[in-house]
Each structure stands twice: as structure tokens, then as C-alpha cells.
Write a protein that binds this ligand. Structure first.
Ligand code: PLP
Length: 372
């Protein structure tokens, strides 16, 4: 038996994959965490032009090409009124690497990182990879992240907390008073707030706000082209934060990644600097599907908090429901894949066609009947 690090032995392959493998090939997959649209034409063209101009043959600067970082700066100004300098941005291999370097640069053995439960699977795993200890804090009954619960979980070892709105797996959106509270908590307790905003543009009610508006020095924004522009395969995300934090994150990024993929950087630059209508159109489509799925699940008899963003809905489900759905050919993910507090819930992604969603709702109704 080869020897492995304690850190890697503490993490496992995400439970979501296991669910996919358990389902048959013809199953309707409501387990997916990615939009089902093509990458916008102008984004793809940005990569093609860059390749043909020979701009993608070499490493780019570690932080990324200027046109991309400028586009990211403009985006944060446009969406949140935040004024970053391009030097405060690092382009990464997706939001995944952005989370990794944010944690790697700030926490390690002996530190605690407060994460939402249920929450995106990487928060727990990436925290453990740094040697720090994840401290899961249950979300409220309406599935929003509870600032009071975060504050109550702070100990002298707490170094950081992660927030995520709109949230995966919940679709919940933090109201502005909570976002402000995240900023206050970070400042008062001198903690890093990692704000995962990858779903910030997939929002149906209210407006997207960031703790960085309230605590710019304490917040690192993690964002990505993946969900906003349907670019999960391109692997392009970024971090934005205070200069001394960015300098530390750059040290990790430089050695694990060198630079984000050059074609992906040019595609994302075109996406960010070009027309944004496509983003609103995708969000409208998701909203119509959200309504379809929420109404459908309520008709079945499930208790469904209405998600205000992302493309997930997380109802409480009876015992055996998830297995019964999978056995009948509809893949949904058991809530416990996202943390202990997810037990008794299921994550249903509606990043798939209306026809498939309607078919899946009919099957889920049968599954429900068979287990109650
Ligand atoms: C909440 C959240 N953050 C970050 C990511 C990472 O996405 P990517 O690495 O494709 O940018 C995901 C992907 O599912 C996510 O759901």
C-alpha cells in the first residue's frame, strides 16, 4: 500500500458522481451543476480570434491577460459598484481553483473555516486539503445562510468563513441585511470572508450584493465564467480582493497553475466585454423552469422553499424518495452529499429542457406516492 497524505485521505470523491453512476444511461439527469446552453457565440469567437492571431501559444502573465482583468474590473463596477484595480484580480482555472488559492493563502493546520451546511462540496474538501478544519453551520429553515449562526460558531481558531449567494445546493439568496452582516462579522472578528458569487447573475428576485461592498479589506470574491456564460468546460474563474491578499494568493496560483488557459481567458474577456443580453435570457429561461419545477413539486406534496437564484431547488423529501427516483430513471442528488444538515433533502437541478422536467415531475410524483 503506497503512503498517502493524511489530508487527501480525509476527503473523498464527491457523492454526486456516485449517483450519476448508479443511474442508467437513459435516466433524466437532474443532478447536473451546469447550464445546458451553448457558450455564447461572441465568447467562442474571442478564443478563435486569439488562437488565429497566435496569442494563445505561450504562458500569459500569472494574473491573466489585461483585457480579461479589465473586463472583470468593469463587471464588478457594473454589478456591484466595486472599484478594483486590475492588479487585484487573478484569473484562475475556474471558481474551483479560485476557492483553492483563497483557502491555501489564508488558512492551514490549527485554523477553522466556517462553511454553510448544506453547501457546495468543495468548501469542506478544499479546507481539509489545506490542513484546516471545516466547521459546518446549518442554514436556516428557508435555506439562507444565517449570519447569527456563523457568529455563534466563531472560536479563537476561526480564520475564515465561506458564504455563497445565490447558493448551491439551495438556490437561496441572502437578503442585503445578511450580506451586510457577513461584512460586519468579518471586520469585527478580523476574519476572511470568502464570498462565492459564481451564481450572482442567475438571480430571479432582488439584486445581487456582496460582502465586499461592506468589508472590502476582509472579503475575497470568488467568481467564474462557468455559470454566467455557460462556460464550465473552459475552466475560467477569478479571485478579487485586497492587494496583500492577492499577492499571497498569487504565490499559490503561480505554482499550481502558472496561468489560466489562454484561449479560455480570451473567450471570457469577450464574454465579459461584449453584450450581456444573453445572460439575462438564460436567467429568464431558468426562472420559467424554476416556476415549473416548484409548482410541480408542490403539487406532488413536497414542501419547497422557493429558490431565488442559481438553478437548483432543495425540497425536504420523505425517506426513500431519492433512491426511488433514481430507480425510476430520474437522477436527483441526496442532500447529505452537501453536508449532514442536508439529510432528508434532495437537490434537484433544473438545468435541463422543459420537456425533460415535465417528464421527470411525473416520475417523481410516482416515486413520492410509492414511499409515503
Ligand atoms: C457554488 C459553486 N462555487 C464554485 C463552483 C466552481 O465552478 P467552476 O470551477 O466551474 O467555476 C461551483 C460549481 O458547481 C459551484 O456550484
Amino acid at each position: 500500500m503506497p503512503q498517502f497524505s493524511d489530508r487527501v485521505e480525509r476527503i473523498a470523491i464527491s457523492g454526486i458522481r456516485e449517483v450519476f453512476e448508479a443511474a442508467g444511461e437513459d435516466a433524466i439527469n437532474l443532478g447536473l451543476g451546469q447550464p445546458d446552453f451553448p457558450t455564447p457565440e461572441h465568447a467562442r469567437q474571442g478564443a478563435i480570434d486569439a488562437i488565429e492571431a497566435g496569442k494563445t501559444d505561450a504562458y500569459t502573465g500569472n494574473k491573466g491577460v489585461p483585457e480579461l482583468r479589465e473586463g472583470i474590473v468593469q463587471k464588478h463596477e457594473r454589478d456591484l459598484g466595486l472599484e478594483y484595480h486590475p492588479e487585484q484580480i487573478i484569473a484562475t482555472a475556474g471558481g474551483s481553483e479560485a476557492l483553492h488559492i483563497a483557502l491555501e493563502a489564508h488558512v492551514g493546520p490549527g485554523d477553522e473555516v466556517i462553511i454553510p451546511d448544506p453547501g457546495f462540496v468543495a468548501y469542506d474538501a478544499l479546507t481539509k486539503l489545506t490542513g484546516a478544519e471545516p466547521v459546518p453551520v446549518p442554514v436556516r429553515d428557508d435555506l439562507t445562510i444565517d449570519p447569527g449562526a456563523i457568529e455563534a460558531a466563531i472560536t479563537e481558531d476561526t480564520a475564515a468563513f465561506v458564504v455563497n449567494s445565490p447558493g448551491n445546493p439551495t438556490g437561496a439568496v441572502s437578503p442585503v441585511e445578511d450580506v451586510e452582516a457577513f461584512g460586519r462579522i468579518a471586520e469585527e472578528h478580523d476574519l476572511l470572508c470568502i464570498s462565492d458569487e459564481v451564481y450572482g447573475r442567475i438571480l430571479f428576485e432582488g439584486e445581487h450584493r456582496s460582502p465586499a461592498e461592506f468589508a472590502p479589506e476582509q472579503t475575497v470574491i470568488v467568481d467564474s465564467a462557468s455559470k454566467t456564460y455557460s462556460m464550465t468546460g473552459w475552466r475560467l474563474g477569478w479571485v478579487a480582493g485586497a492587494p496583500e491578499r492577492v499577492e499571497r494568493m498569487l504565490r499559490a496560483h503561480q505554482y499550481v497553475q502558472a496561468c489560466a488557459s489562454a484561449p479560455a481567458q480570451y473567450a471570457a474577456a469577450s464574454a465579459l466585454n461584449g453584450p450581456q443580453d444573453v445572460v439575462g435570457e438564460m436567467a429568464e429561461t431558468f426562472q420559467a423552469r424554476r416556476d415549473l419545477v416548484v409548482d410541480g413539486l408542490r403539487e406532488i406534496g413536497l414542501d419547497v422553499p422557493e429558490p431565488e437564484g442559481a438553478f437548483y431547488v432543495m425540497p425536504e423529501v420523505p425517506e426513500g424518495f431519492v433512491d426511488e427516483c433514481i430507480a425510476r430513471g430520474v437522477v436527483v442528488v441526496p442532500g447529505e452529499a452537501f453536508g449532514d444538515a442536508g439529510e432528508g433533502y434532495a437537490r434537484i437541478s433544473y438545468a435541463t429542457s422543459t420537456e425533460e422536467l415535465e417528464e421527470a415531475l411525473a416520475i417523481m410524483a410516482e416515486a413520492y406516492e410509492s414511499v409515503i
